[in-house]
Design a protein around this ligand. Structure first.
Ligand code: ZN
Length: 464
């Protein structure tokens, strides 16, 4: 066939494809009926804070190759739809959790650090949670970070700056969110009770008076009765999954299970936002093992939501992230590899503590010997004297303090690159594209490229 013949066929091919297009799209729509279109009684939104493609990829590798099981997130992807997701804001290319969560919660572009406020900084924008609350549905917010931190706050509060967590605590209770679980109890307590409230109020007492079961550890959470729970498990953030073993703090999956159990008693349905809040914190510190284990803990919570949705098919489950944190990269080479070998999962498995714990042990000005000893103790890796000096001199942070701000940890992560084969572009958030995937009624719209503001309408429309 000559080039001319082929080009003369083009209009015909175009015509045929145009005629067939409704049939193709009809097939796609048919496939999407019952399971993924229609109305949802319940919506469970799960946000992996900072969970970008490599955070997910590292957790997927670790789960399949070390734990010998697939991720729950993959099961949700396979049962439903997946969209690419972008997340720029009204005033920035790189977002942070307040603007990102605010955009998901309200459908409007937000400015940095404001909690669900219009660009004027003083006009509250109604959130999806407030909308369903008015209709009498159940509501829940759960995180491993602070319950007053930006992501949960953006669904139930309105303050000009995310740092005003004392006001966020007050507003979350005032809205009457049925289930609130996470850390940062300090914003519910007055200064006389070791809290950070300057107004002298004890919000735990106020919550009890308003009918909440107030609990502080895993056992009490299990035993908690009633339709309203305030679970605050740490004065600060809840501990990283890698450090959690010995504590009395519940896992994110346990908190999720309890939340769904309580909220599903509401005959009208519910909206719950579940956040893996510390994936972001571990990534900020360039902590590979901490990032992976917190992503896996988030994945278990996704599994709880997925199981609930299988038993209650009128439930829309959406899994997404607010932004990518730290430009995590699964790099190729060890010191002497000739071919790409990738992340050392066995080395990750041997790590026994988060970089937060390691930083505490390193102290203010560690000697190279101290660095070697600490790395050996927590990672089982014998770094060289030169490498230890790079950490002790904090070389990486000195080169680019704006993008690497945690003392010693970025230099440590750089030194560990050929051992763990995990690299980091910064300590900051990045503009990396993400995904939103989900299953259940309304999930048919999770395709193509979405802006995170569109998730609001997908959830709202599904629940109307
Ligand atoms: Zn962050």
């Amino acid at each position: 066939m000559t080039r001319r013949d082929r080009s003369s066929l083009l209009p015909l091919l175009l015509l045929v494809s145009l005629l067939l297009a409704p049939i193709w799209s009809g097939c796609a729509t048919m496939g999407a009926t019952d399971a993924s279109s229609g109305k949802a009684k319940n919506v469970i939104l799960l946000i992996g804070d900072g969970m970008g493609p490599s955070h997910f990829g590292a957790a997927w590798l670790y789960s399949n190759r070390v734990l010998k099981k697939d991720l729950q997130m993959v099961q949700v992807m396979n049962a439903g739809r997946t969209a690419y997701l972008v997340n720029d804001t009204a005033d920035a290319i790189v977002t942070e959790s307040a603007a990102a969560a605010g955009q998901i919660a309200t459908g409007r572009k937000m400015t940095a650090r404001a909690i669900s406020m219009a660009a004027d900084g003083k006009t509250p924008v109604t959130t999806v949670m407030e909308m369903v609350k008015v209709k009498g549905l159940g509501t829940g917010l759960v995180t491993t970070s602070g319950i007053t931190d930006a992501t949960p706050a953006a669904f139930a509060a309105h303050v000009p700056h995310r740092s005003d967590e004392a006001s966020v605590a007050e507003q979350e209770l005032k809205l009457g969110v049925d289930v609130l679980m996470g850390g940062r109890k300090q914003f519910f307590l007055p200064e006389v009770s070791a809290g950070k409230r300057k107004d002298g109020r004890n919000l735990l007492d106020e919550a009890r008076a308003a009918g909440y079961a107030v609990v502080g550890d895993a056992e009490a959470l299990k035993a908690a009765q009633g339709g309203k729970i305030l679970g605050l498990f740490n004065m600060g953030n809840m501990v990283y999954e890698i450090d959690r073993k010995a504590t009395m703090e519940p896992s994110l999956a346990e908190m999720t299970a309890k939340t769904l159990d309580v909220l599903s008693r509401n005959p009208k349905g519910f909206f719950a936002m579940i956040e893996g809040g510390r994936i972001d914190h571990a990534a900020h510190r360039n902590d590979a093992a901490g990032t992976i284990l917190d992503t896996l803990a988030f994945d278990e919570a996704v599994g709880v939501a997925r199981e609930f949705a299988r038993k209650n098919p009128d439930t829309l489950v959406i899994v997404t992230a607010d932004h990518e944190t730290a430009g995590m990269a699964l790099i190729g080479h060890s010191k002497d590899s000739k071919e790409y070998i990738g992340i050392d999962l066995a080395a990750v498995q041997k790590v026994t503590a988060s970089f937060e714990v390691i930083a505490e042990d390193l102290g203010k000005s560690p000697t190279p010997q101290k660095v070697q000893q600490v790395v050996k103790e927590y990672l089982g890796i014998q770094i060289t004297e030169d490498e230890a000096k790079t950490v002790a001199n904090d070389t990486i942070r000195k080169l680019d303090p704006a993008n690497y701000s945690y003392p010693y940890l970025h230099s440590l992560a750089f030194v560990l690159r050929p051992y763990l084969r995990v690299g980091w572009g910064s300590q900051t958030h990045t503009a990396s594209p993400l995904w939103a995937f989900g299953m259940g009624p309304g999930s048919a719209r999770l395709t193509g490229l979405l802006h995170n503001t569109q998730l609001f309408d997908i959830m709202k429309t599904a629940m109307e």
